[in-house]
Design a protein around this ligand. Structure first.
Ligand code: COA
Ligand code: AMP
Length: 638
C-alpha cells in the first residue's frame, strides 16, 4: 500500500504523470493527450485537448455499466415529511428530459442558466441538465435577497432562470417567486424565461409574461443526449463573497473538475462506488456542488440530499436518523452543525434510538473546527472525525487527512496535511517562507491542480489581481495560518474582510456598503465577533450624521432590515451599536481588528497610531450593553 508520503511525492515530482493516471477514472469522448497547458501562465488549463460530458460521467455511464437500479439520489426532507429515492436510471431520465426542455427554450452549449432553488431533487437535476447540454449553470443560494440575485444575473447573463415556488425554513416558508421577479426587475440583463417548479407547500403566482411552469414544460419535452464539450469549457459559475459588494464568479471547468472529484472521493473520503455519501450542506455552496451533486455521482455513490437542519427538524437526533435510515458511510458537514446538536443534546441521548453502524467517517469543513467540538463528535460517534480545509475557489480539499490513502494521526485544530496536487507554503509580508509554527499568509504554489478555478467569470484581470499578484508564482488563499514541523497546517484567520458565519462566507465590506446607504448613517464599520454556535457573527457600529437625533433601537431595527432585504437572511446581521465616532489611525484607517479584540475580550494593546484612545472606551461600553465580551465559550470556537 502506498503511503501518503509516496503519493504526495509522486504528485509533486511528476504532476502531469499523476493527473494523467487520475484521468483514467473518467470517460472521455476524446482522451487527454496534453495534460497541462501553461502557455498563458499564470493562468493554467488542464486537459486542453480532451473532450467529455460531465453529466454522462455522473449518470449515463453508471446506467450503462449496471448501476441503473442503484439509488443515485435520496431526497430526505423532514420539513415536508418526504423521503424519495431516485435510481441512476430514473435520475438520468429525469435529467435528460429537463435538458430537452432547456434546449427547447434555445439554451445551447455555453449559454448560462441561473438556478435559484431550495434543497429539492429538481435542483440537482437542473445542474445536471445544464451540464448535459453544455450549458453553464450558476446556482444562487436561497438565503440571498433579490438584490444579490440581481447582481449575479447581471454578471452571468443567463438565457433562462430555473426556480421553485418556495423554500422551507423552520417556522417560515420562503417565497422565491417574488424575490426572483424583483431581481429581474432590478437587473439590467433580462433572462428570456423563468421556469418555476411549483411545490405543493406554496404555489407561486405565474404573473410575468415569460413565466413557464416546470412540469408543463417538461411534460412536452423530448430527452436530450449528452453534448461533448471541451475539458476546459466552463461547467459552472459559483459566486462567492469578495472584499466588496460585487461577488466573484468562480469558474469551474469540466475535465479537471471531474478528474479531481473522482480522485478525492476515493483517496480523501475513502468512499467506494455504491457507498452512501451525505454532505449535509446546501447545493448553493461549493460543498453542495462538489459533494452533494458531482463528486458522489461521478464516483457511483448514492448521495443524500437533505432538506432540514441539524436541530429542530424535528430534534437533535435528525442527523442520526438520516445516517441509520439510509446507511450513510461518510458524513460531511460544518462544525457549526455539530455545535448546534451538542448545544441541544449535550449527552447525545438521541443517539440511543439509532443504529449508526454504517458510519465510517465524519468530515468537517467550511470554518475552523474547534478541538472541543471535534472531541465531542469523536466521543459520541466513535468514528474518525476529520477536519479538512478548502474554499469555493479550489472546489475540493487543499488540506486533509487522506483517509483513502493512509489515515494519519489527528491533530485537533489542524486540517492535517497538503492534499496531493497542492503545494502549501506560508509566506511573510516580503514573500519569504516562514519557519515552522510561524504564522503567515497561506499560499499555494502555481499551478494549482485540476478542479481548481481557472479564472473568474469574464474577469481574468480581477482573478490575477485578487489571487495572483500579491505573491508572484503563488495563489493567495487569503487565509492566515502556519505549518508545523510535521507538515500539519493550522488556519487561524482571514487576511481580508471575510467572516465565517455558520460555515457561510460573508463580506463585512458588503454589509458596510448597505449600512452606509442609510440616510442617517455618516460612517460605519462591521466586524465579526466570536459566537459559540455560529463561529462568528457580524456586528455593526454606526456613527450618525451630524445633527441627527435617532432612537438607537429604531435605527438598529431599520439597519438590520436593510441588510436582510439587500443581502439576505443568511447574513445573520442582528446587532448594531450607535457610537459617536469610530476608532481610527491618524491616517484615517478604521481599527477593526482592535475593535474585534475588545468585543471578544482578547488581550489587546492601544495601537500606537490611534488618533484618539478614548474612543475605544466608548466602543467597549457599547459592546458591554450588547453583552460583549461573551466569555470563553464563545471564543473557544475561534
Ligand atoms: N433560504 C432562505 N433562508 C435561509 C436559508 C435558505 N436556504 N438558509 C438559511 N436561511 C436563513 C435562516 O432561516 C436564518 O433566518 P432567520 O434570521 O430568520 O432565523 C438565517 O438565514 C441565518 O441562517 P443560519 O446562519 O444558517 O442560522 P440558523 O439559525 O437557521 O441555523 C445552523 C444554524 C447551525 C443550524 C445552520 O447554520 C446549519 O445547519 N449549518 C450547517 C452547516 C452548513 O450548512 N454549512 C454550509 C457550508 S458546509
Ligand atoms: P468557502 O469559500 O465559503 O468554502 O469558505 C472558505 C473559507 O472558509 C476558507 O478560506 C477559510 O477561511 C474557511 N475554512 C474552510 N474550511 C476551514 C477549515 N477546515 N478550517 C479553518 N477554516 C476553514
Amino acid at each position: 500500500m502506498a503511503t501518503y508520503q509516496d503519493v504526495y511525492r509522486r504528485s509533486r515530482d511528476n504532476p502531469q504523470g499523476f493527473w494523467r493516471t487520475a484521468a483514467y477514472a473518467i470517460d472521455w469522448d476524446v482522451a487527454p493527450s496534453e495534460i497541462l497547458d501553461d502557455r498563458l501562465a499564470p493562468l493554467y488549463r488542464w486537459y486542453p485537448d480532451a473532450v467529455l460530458n460531465t453529466c454522462y460521467n455522473a449518470l449515463d455511464r453508471h446506467v450503462e455499466r449496471g448501476r441503473g437500479e442503484q439509488a443515485a439520489l435520496i431526497y430526505d426532507s423532514p420539513v415536508t415529511e418526504t423521503v424519495r429515492s431516485y435510481s441512476y436510471r430514473e435520475l438520468r431520465d429525469e435529467v435528460a428530459v429537463l435538458a430537452g426542455a432547456l434546449r427547447s427554450l434555445g439554451v445551447t452549449k455555453g449559454d448560462r442558466v441561473v438556478i435559484y432553488m431550495p434543497m429539492i431533487p429538481e435542483t440537482a437535476m437542473a445542474m445536471l441538465a445544464c451540464s448535459r447540454i453544455g450549458a453553464v449553470h450558476s446556482v444562487v443560494f436561497g438565503g440571498f435577497a433579490a438584490n444579490e440575485l440581481a447582481t449575479r444575473i447581471d454578471d452571468a447573463k443567463p438565457k433562462v432562470v430555473l426556480s421553485a415556488s418556495c423554500g422551507i425554513e423552520p417556522g417560515r416558508v420562503v417565497e422565491y417567486k417574488p424575490l426572483l421577479d424583483r431581481a429581474i426587475e432590478l437587473s439590467s440583463h433580462k433572462p428570456n424565461h423563468s421556469v418555476v417548479f411549483q411545490r405543493p407547500e406554496l404555489l407561486a403566482e405565474m404573473n410575468q409574461p415569460n413565466d413557464l411552469d416546470w412540469v408543463e414544460l417538461t411534460a412536452s419535452s423530448e430527452p436530450a443526449a449528452c453534448v461533448p464539450v471541451s475539458a476546459t469549457d466552463p461547467l459552472y459559475i459559483l459566486y462567492t463573497s469578495g472584499t466588496t459588494g460585487v461577488p466573484k464568479g468562480v469558474v469551474r471547468d469540466n475535465g479537471g473538475h471531474a478528474v479531481a472529484l473522482a480522485w478525492s472521493m476515493k483517496n480523501l473520503y475513502g468512499a467506494e462506488p455504491g457507498d452512501v455519501y451525505w454532505a449535509a450542506s446546501d447545493v448553493g455552496w461549493v460543498v453542495g456542488h462538489s459533494y452533494i451533486v458531482y463528486g458522489p455521482l461521478i464516483h457511483g455513490c448514492t448521495s443524500v440530499l437533505y432538506e432540514g437542519k441539524p436541530v429542530g427538524t424535528p430534534d437533535p437526533g435528525a442527523f442520526w436518523r438520516v445516517i441509520s435510515q439510509h446507511g450513510v458511510s461518510v458524513l460531511f458537514t460544518a462544525p457549526t452543525a455539530f455545535r448546534a446538536i451538542r448545544r441541544d443534546d449535550p449527552q447525545a441521548s438521541h443517539l440511543e434510538r439509532y443504529d449508526l453502524s454504517s458510519l465510517e467517517t465524519l468530515f468537517l469543513a467550511g470554518e475552523r473546527c474547534d478541538p472541543d467540538t471535534l472531541h465531542w463528535a469523536e466521543r459520541v460517534l466513535g468514528v474518525p472525525v476529520i477536519d479538512h480545509w478548502w474554499q469555493t475557489e479550489t472546489g475540493w480539499p487543499v488540506a486533509c487527512n487522506p483517509m483513502g490513502i493512509e489515515p494519519l494521526a489527528v491533530k485537533p485544530g489542524s486540517p492535517a496535511v497538503a492534499v496531493p496536487g497542492y503545494d502549501i507554503r506560508v509566506l511573510d509580508d516580503d514573500g519569504q517562507e516562514v519557519d515552522p509554527n510561524q504564522i503567515g499568509a497561506v499560499v499555494l504554489k502555481l499551478p494549482l491542480p485540476p478542479g481548481t478555478l481557472p479564472t473568474l467569470w469574464n474577469a481574468d484581470d480581477r482573478y490575477r489581481q485578487a489571487y495572483l499578484e500579491r505573491y508572484p508564482g503563488y495563489y493567495l488563499t487569503s487565509d492566515a495560518g502556519f505549518v508545523d514541523e510535521d507538515g500539519y497546517l493550522s488556519i487561524m484567520s482571514r487576511i481580508d474582510d471575510i467572516i465565517n458565519v455558520a460555515g457561510h462566507r460573508l463580506s463585512t465590506g458588503a454589509i458596510e456598503e448597505v449600512l452606509a446607504e442609510h440616510p442617517d448613517v455618516a460612517e460605519c464599520a462591521v466586524i465579526g465577533v466570536a459566537d459559540e454556535l455560529k463561529g462568528q457573527l457580524p456586528m455593526g457600529f454606526v456613527v450618525l450624521q451630524a445633527g441627527t437625533q435617532r432612537d438607537a433601537a429604531d435605527l438598529s431595527e431599520e439597519l438590520v432590515q436593510m441588510v436582510r432585504n439587500r443581502i439576505g437572511p443568511v447574513a445573520a446581521f442582528k446587532q448594531v451599536a450607535v457610537v459617536t465616532r469610530l476608532p481610527k489611525t491618524r491616517s484615517g484607517k478604521i481599527l477593526r481588528s482592535t475593535m474585534r479584540k475588545v468585543a471578544d475580550g482578547d488581550d489587546w494593546s492601544m495601537p500606537a497610531t490611534i488618533d484618539d484612545p478614548l474612543i475605544l472606551d466608548e466602543i467597549g461600553e457599547a459592546l458591554g450593553s450588547l453583552g460583549y465580551p461573551r466569555g470563553d465559550d464563545a471564543k473557544a470556537v475561534l
